[in-house]
Ligand binder design. Structure first.
Ligand SMILES: [Mg+2]
Length: 121
């Protein structure tokens, strides 16, 4: 990799180039990209399965364990970006729109310091 990408659009371009060079676009339909995204999210969960709170805290302090989770987070982001690209969703705009939606659902004066759902505020 020559240049480090700076934006989600740059990352998506890099992923699409990687995919297209391997002729994998034919596999990247919305269903399979969604399944892959969910499977990668489950791979994060696998790191925490049957672990105590103390085990998890030890993992969080272990650079080797964190690196393994980092790989799964990268996989999640990769499939989320590929799914967005396939559906012509701008991921930056999608996140901004969701933050704005959540700001309305969770106004600071009602939501600060509690984890209740917006329907219970
Ligand atoms: Mg993975």
């Amino acid at each position: 990799m020559k240049k480090r990408p700076a934006t989600l659009r740059d990352l998506t371009r890099l992923l699409v180039d990687f995919r297209n060079a391997r002729d994998w676009e034919k596999f990247h339909n919305p269903k399979d990209l969604s399944l892959a995204l969910s499977i990668e999210a489950a791979e994060v969960l696998e790191h925490f399965l049957w672990k105590s709170h103390e085990d998890v805290e030890a993992m969080a302090a272990d650079p080797a364990a964190v690196r393994e989770i980092q790989k799964e987070i990268a996989d999640i982001l990769i499939f989320a970006l590929l799914l967005a690209e396939r559906l012509k969703i701008d991921p930056t705009e999608a996140v901004i729109a969701k933050i704005e939606e959540n700001e309305k659902k969770y106004p600071v004066e009602k939501a600060r310091g509690n984890a209740r759902k917006y329907t219970e505020l």
